[in-house]
Design a protein around this ligand. Structure first.
Ligand SMILES: Cc1cc2nc3c(=O)[nH]c(=O)nc-3n(C[C@H](O)[C@H](O)[C@H](O)COP(=O)(O)O)c2cc1C
Ligand code: SF4
Length: 1498
């Protein structure tokens, strides 16, 4: 029965509803091929979709998407795919679908994915949950309908905050539940950390690299609070609501979210609950569906009942497992502890929860001290109902209290539909663990080829078959399959089936079978279900062979005895056969006994032996170390087409060994590296992950050891450079070669450093400086004869650190004193490791930082913090420092290069190689100047690069050259980290900037750009601050087509970027047609005159299929650049034309600014010329500064083109080409002195500038709305927030403008303004009704924005700009919203304040001229600038560095208030702040860094 509105009645409904609210995408896994869609979670999801309920986290007002995926269609892979589009993905599934998805789940755990799992009905199998314990998910269990709702919320909040996966699971109650009200959306919305959402979910989340959580590790119990210089360490109770989710352990994060929940919903949840008497002598920890029955029965116990003093423990947070919290709930009086686990097939002798409990009882995690704990007895829990439970309880307690309790009693019936009322006793055998696992994973598909008795496939006792026997059985099976294939072929040929669906499936199955595809069983299952519905004889006959349809998983199982002599054991034959057979070799020799049994005749060498063949999948597993890794290995081995060898560890001396002994032996063997866990696939997987996956702590050291020990394996190592060469003949295609090369590289990397005096160089770097320094150091080290390897810190297994002889770490500094992205996991591991012994290691650290990046006194701690911390930590861990910490400072005269050479020289000395050889130092790295000159007039190797399908990018040099062609390599910043985690290159695409001098486009051109954005870009485009179009997201494959299309619209992209004269910006001037026309013609003439010839442009982009050049607008085909020469300009060059009193082009911000001068009759006579404006600076580099252009004087309009040319030529010859930071004209003029510069221009001109003509500017903003010009034509200036032309559900500006472009005719045109807005120009009177109607329909005529918003602009920044460090256009609108209500209260709603935001100091929206500017400093952190002039004449100045949103609002609000109260008539905000002394004016660019507010500095 449906619950009342506003209520939910099932746990699935509750979880599904929350999943919907908290996701962008929900994947609903359909548990059954034939299931009606509206079961389980689906019901609630359908309702949400039907009612178009809005989500809490779905972006940009989109509704969450819900997809149904069938369980046999690899649903969890679909989730991985979805992560490339959505940050917040959740999955609803039943527990039975999980195990087959282990390999995908391992990846999903690294993302904020929440999986709501409903346990199967009847007697749920909780091993479906415990088998996921090592994947890295937080596993949370809920016990009631209300809990399902609360903990579903908690799971999502946790995932969002930590960026990691959560599995929320629950079982179904027997009867119906009382409906509960749904939680208020407004209420739960408060739990979300909006920052984590707005700033891009997965991109920001720290990716856990080591997917296997130590199964028996106890989580760190003390939360890591965010470090702060001011904060003293707090020894008191920790305020969990203030936990820093980035650094806290998952368990602390979970507790903290529970705490938040408690505050919000008023219900408190704990990791473990204890129910029962405080003086209980026995406690039962129950992991199964009938815990509540136990609790109730015990509470009803009479005095005489044997179980009256029994308590029950339930587990809410299963992973991470907190030993401390478990111990805290067990009363001290408890002497016996029963652990009841509900699993259908217990594959290992001791259940996983039992092992958790045993390890937990050893506080310090030392298993050997386990003696002093209560007696722990494990039980397997079957079905119990109210009637049998009391009897069962008596049995449990009797056993537990006996002298010698029996371990592993089975309590209750096996399955609900087959309930055996008596509880049974049974004891599983130790050594069948692996074969049972195989059965669990493959079920009916499992075929153990060398099992003599197929009904009792115990290993190894019942196996006497040898490998050859197994191979023989496999070949026989292959013959059977061949016969089946011919039967099927016949059925198709002779059309024996009338059902076309069956015919299609038969065909599909045959194809998959031929290709050995892993999808065979999927299609086979579907085929079987179809055949079952067909009554024909042939269908019946085929169904007899149903096992063959499913594609068997064929295994040969043997013991370590096979390992001694690989050549004759038969294993060699299997590997060499190349057949699709899996070999499982179980090694049971205990670690501690290895010496006595000549262990170093290494049995495990079988793994390397197989790897050497490079045609086999190889894995080394240990069920009692990582169950999940073992399952994963089995699944991968099965999917691999070809031989697979899985070597498995199961150490025991005798059948009666205790859990502790086996655990101890396994732990020691794995931890010491004696038994490394790994998986090797000779091919890289689809997502490009490395094919060698190290799953345990120590392989490298181990590998080295045994390579040294074993002669024949040392030869393998030596053969590594031609690894697997003996079979290369069988792989012919290029791709295979490529894959094999990658395989080889992965292996070589692993073995790297085996030869020569070793030097391991690790780096962490965001921007690439530390990385290139590290790589250069490696080259130099090699030059000195060292066996140097270089790796990103995160790519290095920390546990191997102790095996390094010489270690060099080069790290830069990111965020606020944080490690760069690719060093964070490494640091976390080094920081928290207690048992790393680095005594044998010699080390030194070099840091790259900036002592002024965070200039406040209290922030000094952030300077080079990672390098300092590491230097200190390595010493504490026992490493020997051979060279003192080197600190490179961006503030030093040569940046970090100032300190570096001394440090490097000391390093060579310390390593004893300082005197070695006449080292040929490398040539200096290529600069942009080299790229230009060597590019053959900007050809480079772009054509080749465009055809290179192995990457979405262009080479570094082509990237520089391509800018001149108007294209700019970028990548999707939102998913950069995510792709990295998948081992993929960034999602490269290109930005294309159009050259459209004067900023005027016809409606047809507007439509062309709109169409190109849709068909080749990211469906949006931007109106830039220089009055042109910018398209984003064009992938390499479409680049040429897009540029051709732009040229077909009679636009081009020549010199839209690059070191040449760019687009000439011209005022939009809507009210004076004639003047606009004339000024615009000057813009075009100047642009054409200064346009590089760029013959290469036509060759590269406009060639047709016959490769003939297409000429555009009559450009001559010559390789000669009369104005530029082969090196073009030192930097970009920009020209703008303004018409007083409007300065919306910001004429003082360009290299050349032309201020139009008209005579008394309004006729243009000439221009005042200003030169040397420029906006790009480097944070905290005080030698860089923004500059407003300096007045050179007046010239007539006839001379203006020449003036622009001469200024450009002087810049060409005098600009700084050594350091691009100082390459712009602004520095050239300051270096030459303004007077000398002016003289030089006049010299080239042959005449002098005239006296500057008087002019006056009123503002640099746009004026919105309709105006009529002198010809009676109409112009509408339209507010386009930050120039972004993009449809959103509530505001379809792109469609609206397209409709208008289609509607307007005649002279009508689109003018793009320097403030990123659009003027619909020259609209004839008769077209007005249509245009007005469309404006109204699409809400484009809305001018009710605040003065602040109308005067604001922001650069693109995330997600497309490659160098953005903070948000720009995605965030400014949000920030302004946070000020608007306040301004309204102050009566400032309509007051214009120029506010600009950029994502970095490059200054793309001329932030330094704004009255208020926020310039990105780090993610979420900006430098706050104040005091710019309202008409664009005066630079602003730093007011506070490094403010976040809250601080910026705190600063701005009181200042606006003062302005509202104290301003003089008409006084603008910037001028006011200067008058009242809040900020000093910046009257000269060189003084930009002077007189900044005292509070900012030391
Ligand atoms: C967003 C950002 C934050 C930074 N934070 C710090 C800092 O806290 N402390 C510091 O010493 N340097 C800081 N720096 C300076 C960098 O460490 C320095 O520029 C370094 O050379 C970058 O090297 P990379 O290219 O290898 O990443 C920061 C730089 C950026 C871009
Ligand atoms: S200002 Fe910086 S972040 Fe913004 S678009 Fe320009 S380069 Fe990118």
């Amino acid at each position: 029965m449906a619950p009342p509105i506003g209520f939910v009645s099932t746990r699935e409904d509750a979880a599904a509803r929350i999943a919907y609210l908290f996701s962008e995408t929900v994947l609903s896994v359909q548990p059954n091929l034939k299931a009606a869609p509206a079961i389980g979670f689906q019901h609630a999801l359908d309702r949400m979709v039907y009612h178009k309920v809005r989500g809490i986290v779905a972006r940009r007002e989109t509704l969450p998407s819900v997809y149904n995926v069938r369980y046999n269609a690899d649903p969890f892979l679909a989730a991985i795919d979805e992560l490339s589009r959505s940050s917040f993905v959740s999955i609803t599934a039943t527990s039975s679908t999980l195990q087959a998805a282990v390999t995908h789940l391992a990846k999903l755990a690294k993302f904020p994915v929440v999986i709501h799992v409903s346990m199967s009905r009847g007697l749920p199998d909780f091993s479906e949950i415990t088998s996921l314990r090592q994947l890295g998910f937080t596993l949370i269990q809920s016990f009631s309908l209300r809990e399902a709702q609360d903990l579903a919320i908690a799971s999502h909040v946790l995932a969002i905050r930590t960026g990691k996966g959560v599995i929320h699971f629950f079982h179904q109650p027997d009867g119906e539940e009382i409906p509960i009200p749904v939680e208020e959306v407004n209420q739960i919305e408060k739990l979300i950390d909006r920052n984590a959402l707005v700033y891009g979910g997965t991109e920001r989340c720290a990716v856990a690299r080591n997917i296997y959580w130590n199964d028996i590790a106890v989580v760190a119990e003390k939360p890591t609070m965010k470090e702060s210089a001011d904060e003293k360490t707090n020894d008191g109770p920790v305020d969990l609501t203030k936990v820093d989710y980035r650094t806290a352990s998952l368990f602390q994060a979970t507790e903290s979210v529970f705490e938040l929940m408690s505050v919000t919903v008023g219900r408190t949840y704990k990791a473990f609950d204890y129910h029962g008497a405080r003086n209980a002598d026995t406690a039962l920890l129950i992991f199964g569906s009938c815990a509540q029955n136990f609790i109730t029965s015990i509470s009803l116990a009479g005095w005489g009942d044997i179980y009256s003093k029994v308590g029950v423990i339930t587990v809410r947070v299963y992973r991470p497992w907190s030993a401390k919290k478990l111990l805290a709930v067990i009363p001290r009086s408890v002497q016996r502890l029963g652990v009841l686990e509900q699993a259908h097939h217990q594959t290992t002798k001791w259940g996983p929860i039992l092992l958790d409990v045993i390890s937990s009882l050893n506080n310090d995690n030392d298993l050997s001290k386990a003696a002093a704990i209560p007696v722990v007895v494990g039980y397997q829990l079957g079905h119990l109902d109210n009637k049998t439970i009391r009897q069962a309880l008596r049995g449990i307690v009797q056993n537990i209290q006996s002298e010698t309790p029996i371990q592993n009693l089975v309590v209750g019936g096996r399955a609900s539909h087959d309930v055996d009322r008596e509880y049974q006793l049974e004891q599983p055998e130790l050594e069948t663990a692996y074969s049972k696992m195989l059965y669990t994973v493959f079920g009916d598909r499992l075929s153990i080829l060398n099992a003599i008795d197929r009904d009792d496939a115990g290993i190894p006792r019942t196996i006497t078959g040898n490998p050859e026997y197994g191979l023989g059985a496999y070949l026989a099976r292959e013959d059977e399959k061949k016969m089946l294939v011919s039967k099927l072929q016949k059925a198709i040929d002779e059309k024996l089936f009338t059902n076309q669906e069956i015919n299609d499936l038969l065909l599909q199955w045959l194809l998959l079978n031929r290709d050995g595809s892993s999808k065979l069983s999927e299609v086979g299952a579907e085929l079987i279900s179809k055949l079952e519905t067909d009554s024909s004889e042939i269908a019946k006959e085929l169904l007899n062979e149903r096992v063959l349809f499913l594609g068997t998983s064929s295994w040969i199982i043997g013991s370590d005895a096979w390992s001694y002599d690989l050549g004759t054991s038969g294993v060699h034959n299997i590997i060499a056969s190349g057949k699709n057979v899996n070999v499982l070799i179980i090694d049971s020799q205990p670690y501690t006994a290895r010496a006595t049994k000549n262990a170093f005749r290494r049995k495990k060498d079988i793994g390397l032996y197989a790897m050497n063949y490079s045609n086999s999948y190889v894995a080394s597993i240990a069920v009692y170390s990582s169950y999940t890794q073992a399952i994963q290995a089995f699944i991968e081995a099965d999917k691999f087409t070809g031989p697979s060898v899985v070597i498995a560890y199961l150490p025991y001396n005798e059948e009666t060994d205790s859990a502790l002994t086996v655990l101890q032996e396994t732990k020691k063997a794995v931890d010491s590296g004696y038994w490394p866990l790994y998986r090797w696939d000779p091919r890289p997987d689809e997502s490009g992950l490395p094919n060698f996956q190290l799953d345990s702590q120590a392989l490298k050291r181990e590998l080295k050891d045994f390579l040294e020990r074993e002669n024949h394996l040392s030869q393998v190592a030596r053969r590594v450079p031609v690894f697997g060469g003996n079979i290369s003949g069988s792989y012919s295609s290029e791709l295979r070669k490529q894959q094999r090369k990658m395989a080889k590289d992965a292996y070589s990397n692993l073995l790297g450093g085996l030869t020569g005096p070793p030097l391991t160089i690790l780096f962490a770097s965001d921007g690439g400086s530390a990385e290139s320094l590290a790589k250069r150091l490696q080259r130099r080290a090699k030059g000195r004869g060292l066996g140097a390897v270089v790796l990103a810190m995160d790519d290095f297994p920390v546990e191997d650190l102790g095996a390094e002889e010489n270690l060099v770490i080069i790290t830069s500094t990111a965020g606020q004193g944080e490690f760069p992205q690719n060093g964070r996991n490494f640091w976390e591991a080094v920081k928290s490791s207690m048992d790393l012994n680095l005594t044998p290691v010699n080390y030194t650290v070099f840091g790259l930082g900036d002592s002024h990046y965070w200039p406040r006194k209290q922030d000094k701690v952030y300077y080079n913090k990672p390098a300092k911390d590491l230097n200190h930590r390595l010493e504490i861990l026992g490493a020997k420092r051979i060279v003192e910490l080197g600190l490179g400072d961006a503030q030093d005269p040569d940046g970090y290069q100032t300190a570096y050479p001394t440090w490097e020289a000391q390093l060579w000395k310390a390593l004893g190689v300082d005197g070695i050889g006449a080292l040929v130092d490398e040539p200096p790295s290529l600069t942009n100047e080299d790229f230009k000159v060597q590019s053959n007039y900007l050809r480079g190797t772009i054509v080749k690069g465009l055809n290179d399908e192995s990457t979405g990018a262009l080479s570094t040099s082509d990237f520089q050259v391509a800018k001149f062609h108007g294209v700019y390599l970028q990548d999707d910043r939102d998913i950069r980290e995510q792709r990295k985690a998948h081992g993929l290159e960034p999602a490269y695409y290109f930005m294309i900037r159009v050259r459209m001098s004067g900023g005027v486009a016809t409606p047809a051109q507007w439509l062309a750009i709109d169409e190109i954005a849709d068909s080749m870009g990211n469906h949006t485009f931007k109106v830039t601050t220089r009055g042109t179009y910018q398209l984003h997201g064009v992938i390499k494959k479409k680049l040429k087509t897009a540029i051709k299309a732009i040229n077909a619209a009679l636009l081009d992209t020549i010199a839209a970027c690059g070191d040449a004269n760019r687009n000439v910006l011209c005022t939009g001037l809507p009210y004076n047609s004639a003047l606009h026309k004339e000024l615009n013609s000057y813009a075009r003439v100047i642009s054409d005159h200064l346009l590089p010839t760029l013959t290469a442009y036509h060759e590269i982009w406009l060639t047709d299929d016959n490769d003939e050049k297409k000429l555009v607008a009559g450009n001559a085909v010559v390789d000669f650049e009369p104005l530029y020469g082969p090196a073009y300009l030192p930097r970009k060059f920009k020209i703008a034309i303004a018409m007083p009193p409007f300065n919306e082009v910001d004429v003082f911000a360009h290299d050349v600014g032309l201020i139009a001068i008209v005579d008394d009759e309004g006729k243009l006579t000439g221009f005042n010329v200003v030169a040397g404006g420029g906006m790009g600076i480097t944070h905290n580099n005080k030698k860089t500064y923004p500059r407003t252009g300096s007045m050179l004087g007046y010239v007539t309009k006839e001379d203006v083109v020449l003036v622009c040319e001469k200024i450009m030529l002087i810049q060409r010859d005098n600009g700084n080409r050594k350091d691009r930071k100082y390459g712009r004209l602004q520095y050239t003029i300051d270096a030459m002195g303004l007077d000398d510069f002016r003289l030089k221009v006049e010299e080239l001109l042959g005449f002098r500038f005239e006296e500057t003509r008087s002019f006056s500017f009123e503002s640099n903003i746009d004026h919105f709305g309709w105006v009529k010009d002198e010809r009676g034509l109409n112009h509408f200036t339209l507010f386009v927030e930050n120039g972004r032309i993009m449809d959103t559900p509530g505001f379809r500006i792109k469609t609206g403008l397209r409709e208008i472009a289609l509607a307007i005719k005649g002279e009508a045109e689109f003018r793009l303004t320097g403030n990123q807005h659009v003027i619909l120009s020259n609209i004839a009177e008769e077209e007005m009704p249509a245009v007005k109607r469309l404006l109204a329909e699409y809400k484009l005529d809305n001018r009710q924005f605040s003065g602040l918003r109308l005067s604001s602009s922001a650069c693109v920044a995330f997600p497309t700009c490659a160098v953005a460090i903070a948000e720009g256009e995605r965030y400014l609108p949000i920030f302004i919203s946070k000020l608007e209500a306040y301004l309204e209260d102050l009566g400032l709603r309509h007051d214009s304040v120029i506010m600009r935001m950029t994502g970095c100091p490059n200054g793309c929206v001329r932030p330094w001229l704004a009255e208020v500017a926020m310039v990105g400093k780090a993610y979420g952190v900006y430098n706050l600038m104040l005091g710019g002039g309202y008409v664009g004449q005066r630079l602003n100045k730093l007011y506070r560095s490094s403010v976040n949103e809250e601080q910026a609002l705190e600063i701005l609000k009181p200042l606006f208030k003062r302005w509202a109260l104290e301003r003089a008539e008409g006084e603008h905000f910037g001028d006011f702040l200067i008058r009242v002394g809040v900020i000093k004016p910046t009257l000269d660019g060189k003084k930009f860094h002077d007189d900044v507010a005292v509070e900012n500095e030391e």
